[in-house]
Every structure is written in structure tokens, then in C-alpha cells.
Design a binder for this molecule. Structure first.
Ligand code: ADP
Ligand code: ASP
Ligand code: MG
Length: 440
């Protein structure tokens, strides 16, 4: 059995859904198809939730109506038979009635998750209606019955496996399953989600849970590129990445993959393929245990980074100092991305400022604390990169005009990270494109 996940743009237009139908019905192997919401929908649902949180129900209502109009047009183009269209109309009515009812209830965090879930529920139900109209036998598997996160908001593959196997065993002779990406239930049994871009994570968790032969991530580009195509003009796809390389790129900002989406596939040894729905014959990128080749393969950028510097002469020749500092971050469940130390100072970076004030307050007894924001981590990723001849020379020669603030080298064999002011991000990515990949 394999998993095929289609992102927002891959299902965002009626003709794309037709393409998805072709792709999932091609082979003989049973398939679990994971769908995102139609492109733009989750953003619209976020703004509906935000308007409600601010008490601006008029704006929320306006946005709900706008989104509903979009879906009304969508089903007209997607479902051509009378029966199919009337089914589509019922699905759209059901979900927009729900949103209109929510509008009257007092707003809460749990309610906002219910709002966000409507996108994937709509896309999968409409796609199922479309398959039905085309007489394609399939089963719609409700993700809310098997995808879950625990009290620490972490998904557990064993639990997902147990629930999903039970569902699948009710449909032993079926070969095509459709389910929602992104949405899940939390430990309190409420509707929740795997954070933005989370359908990739759903796909990888499902692939791990069923020991899939492959987890295919179908999107709007032909694989992982060597640089961010939203920032740099000339980029090219990378043929193969190891799980470690892909995980680093995803974590450090390559939007094509959710930051956590690689570990389930890696742990359960399921190869991942990144493929292009708009160009299905393109090779894409294979992510597997083997890296395929050595040297710098790609760079990625992660914005919104805060640097915290702790300076103290008490650090000199003292032991246990770093532990005490790390304990503060642990207490506030704030993970550190980069760290550099000197004999009298330590600098760390974080990407989550929710507890910044408390963290700084608790660090103050250890020394002088400096906080600076608006940084970007640039990660250069590649197998055995630290052993690649002249890599540091090339890197620093290319980046001569950039005021690099921190460097992390040697922590892993396949990553070199640099901290730069966010205003320098575009320039840095462009210079690296030329300096490391010879692309102008
Ligand atoms: P989907 O809706 O299919 O999940 P996403 O928008 O989440 O698609 O991810 C695909 C997008 O990721 C691409 O269109 C591209 O702009 C962006 N992206 C950022 N970095 C990279 C990269 N290194 N390689 C490929 N795509 C990237
Ligand atoms: N629809 C969700 C989002 O836009 C999940 C996803 O697309 O992966 O974030
Ligand atoms: Mg995505």
C-alpha cells in the first residue's frame, strides 16, 4: 500500500482534481490519498477565526460568505451530473451552515480549531463526490477517527496505527482510500491540527503507521530545489536526499515539507518522493536512507529568529553553567536552534517568542542578557558537508559582503548554519546560489 498526498494547489481547481483522480487510479497498488484544503482556504479560515477572536463578527461573516461563493463556483465546474452537483451543494451547505452557527457561539481556542478543520473536510468530501460521479470505487476515511496527538501535542505512530488498522480492516477488499491531511484529535478529544502545512506530516505518519511502500508528496514544483524558488530566480531540483538532509531542510525553512514531516518516514524506513502534480513525469526528489551524493545540495532560510546573548565572567572556568541556562529554556518548552559559546559568553537562537520575557527574567541572575530579533537562519545542507574540501572557504568568500552574526559548524555532518539579519536574507541566498551551486 502507498500514500499519495496532494497539497492545496494540487486540488485548488476543478481540473486539478481531475488530474489527481488520474494519478491515484493509475497503478495496481492500494492507495491512501491524503488531501489538503483547496489553496487559499486555510488562510481564509484563519482570517475568519481572527476576526471572531477580535469580536468582529461582521468581518467574519463577510469572509465566510466570500469563501462560500468560491465553493459554489468550484462545485459547478467540478460536478457535472445533476446528482453529483446536488451532492456537492449539500456538502457545501453543511459546512457553511456550521461556520454560520459558530459565528453565534462565544469564541474559544477549541472553536478556532473547528473552524480550521473545515478546509480539509470540504476538499475530501467534494473529491469523494467527484470520484463517485465518475464511478470510482473508494472509501472516505475520517482522519478525526484515527489521527491524534497526545497531551504534549505529539502524534504517536503506535496509536495511529492501531486506529487506522481497525478502520482499514472494515474495508478489506477496497483499494482506494481518501482522507484529510492536517486535522486530528487532541488528548482532550477535541478537533485539533498538526500546524500549518501539516498535511505532509499526516501523510508521513500514515505511511509509517501502515508500513507503506512509499510516501508520495505531490505539490506544485518538481521536488526539493537547491534554493528557495520564492527568493532566488534560478534553482534546480535535487535528485536524492537522505532523511537527515531532508529533515534539516524542512526544519530550516524549505516550505515544500512540514518541519516535522520526515521523522515518521525515517523511523519506519518509508522512502518519500516529492513529485509535481502539474508535471507528473518529472523525476522529483527521492528521500531515502542513502544520500546519493556528497557535498552542498541545498540551502534554506528560516525567518523570525531571536538571538539571546548571555555574558558573564562567572562562566570562566566554571562548569554546569550551560546546564543552568538550558534548564530555563526547557522549563518554558522553548527549543534552541543555534548555539555558540566563548569562554565568557554564550549566544543561542530561538524561533518562539511566547515566553521570551520570562526566559530573559530567569536568565538575568547568570549575567548580562542581550536580546535581538529579526534574524534569519541560513542552512547549507549536504551529506558529509563538513568534510567537503574548501566548503568553508567557498562559503565565506561568497558571503563576504554579508554581516554574518553566528556560525554553527560541526554539530552535524550535513549542516552548516549561519545567522544573518533578515534584511540580508535575499542577498545571502542569492550569493550562495552563485558561490556554492554556480547558478546566477
Ligand atoms: P502544498 O500546498 O502542495 O503543500 P507548499 O506551498 O506547502 O505546497 O510547498 C511547495 C512550495 O514550497 C513551492 O511552490 C515553493 O515555492 C516552496 N519552496 C520553498 N523552498 C523550496 C525548495 N527548496 N524546493 C522546492 N520548493 C520550495
Ligand atoms: N491546509 C493546511 C494549511 O494550509 C495544511 C496543509 O496544506 O498542509 O496549512
Ligand atoms: Mg505544504
Amino acid at each position: 500500500m502507498k500514500v499519495m498526498k496532494f497539497g492545496g494547489t494540487s486540488v485548488g481547481r476543478p481540473e486539478r482534481m481531475q488530474q489527481v483522480k488520474e494519478l491515484i487510479t493509475k497503478g495496481d497498488e492500494p492507495v491512501i490519498t491524503v488531501l489538503s484544503a483547496l489553496s487559499g482556504t486555510t488562510n481564509a479560515l484563519v482570517s475568519i477565526g481572527d476576526a471572531m477572536a477580535e469580536g468582529n463578527r461582521e468581518l467574519a461573516k463577510e469572509n465566510i460568505d466570500k469563501l462560500e461563493a468560491h465553493y459554489q463556483t468550484f462545485i459547478k465546474d467540478l460536478l457535472k451530473s445533476e446528482k453529483g452537483y446536488s451532492r456537492g451543494k449539500n456538502i457545501v451547505s453543511e459546512h457553511f451552515e456550521f461556520l454560520n452557527i459558530i459565528l453565534k457561539i462565544s469564541f474559544s481556542e477549541a472553536l478556532s480549531k473547528d473552524i480550521l478543520a473545515q478546509g480539509e473536510l470540504l476538499s475530501t468530501k467534494l473529491f469523494s463526490a467527484y470520484l463517485e460521479e465518475n464511478n470510482i470505487d473508494h472509501v472516505l476515511l475520517p482522519a478525526l477517527e484515527f489521527m491524534s496527538i497526545d497531551a504534549d501535542d505529539e502524534p504517536q505512530v503506535a496509536t495511529i496505527r492501531q486506529r487506522l488498522s481497525a478502520l482499514l480492516s472494515q474495508h478489506k477488499n477496497k483499494k482506494l482510500f481518501i482522507t484529510q491531511g492536517y486535522i486530528c484529535r487532541n488528548a482532550r478529544g477535541e478537533v485539533d491540527n498538526l500546524k500549518r502545512g501539516g498535511s505532509d506530516y499526516s501523510a508521513s505518519l500514515i505511511a509509517a503507521a501502515i508500513n507503506a511502500s512509499v510516501c508520495e508528496i505531490w505539490t506544485d514544483i518538481d521536488g526539493m530545489h537547491n534554493n528557495d524558488p520564492r527568493v532566488v530566480k534560478k534553482t534546480r531540483p535535487v535528485e536524492q536526499l537522505s532523511f537527515e538532509e531532508a529533515a534539516e531542510l524542512a526544519y530550516f525553512g524549505a516550505k515544500i515539507l512540514h518541519p516535522a514531516s520526515i521523522w515518521p518516514a525515517q523511523f519506519y524506513k518509508v522512502p518519500v518522493k516529492l513529485l509535481n502534480t502539474m508535471q507528473p513525469s518529472a523525476a522529483g526528489t527521492l528521500i531515502a536512507e542513502q544520500a546519493g551524493s556528497v557535498g552542498a545540495k541545498a540551502v534554506a532560510a528560516k525567518d523570525g529568529i531571536i538571538s539571546i546573548n548571555i555574558k558573564s565572567s562567572r562562566m570562566l572556568l566554571a562548569y554546569g553553567f550551560l546546564r543552568k541556562i538550558f534548564e530555563v529554556f526547557e522549563k518554558y518548552k522553548t527549543s534552541i536552534d543555534m548555539i555558540t559559546t566563548s569562554e565568557v559568553a554564550v549566544s543561542v537562537t530561538i524561533d518562539n517568542k511566547i515566553h521570551l520575557k520570562q526566559i530573559v527574567k530567569e536568565l538575568e541572575p547568570f549575567g548580562t542578557i542581550g536580546v535581538e530579533s529579526d534574524f534569519t537562519i541560513i542552512s547549507v545542507v549536504g551529506n558529509e558537508i563538513s568534510q567537503t574540501p574548501h566548503i568553508l572557504k567557498n562559503l565565506f568568500e561568497s558571503l563576504e559582503p554579508v554581516p554574518v552574526r553566528m556560525v554553527s559548524y560541526g554539530g552535524s555532518k550535513h549542516n552548516i548554519s549561519l545567522l544573518v539579519p533578515s534584511t540580508e536574507k535575499t542577498k545571502t541566498l542569492q550569493l550562495l546560489n552563485k558561490g556554492l551551486f554556480g547558478l546566477d
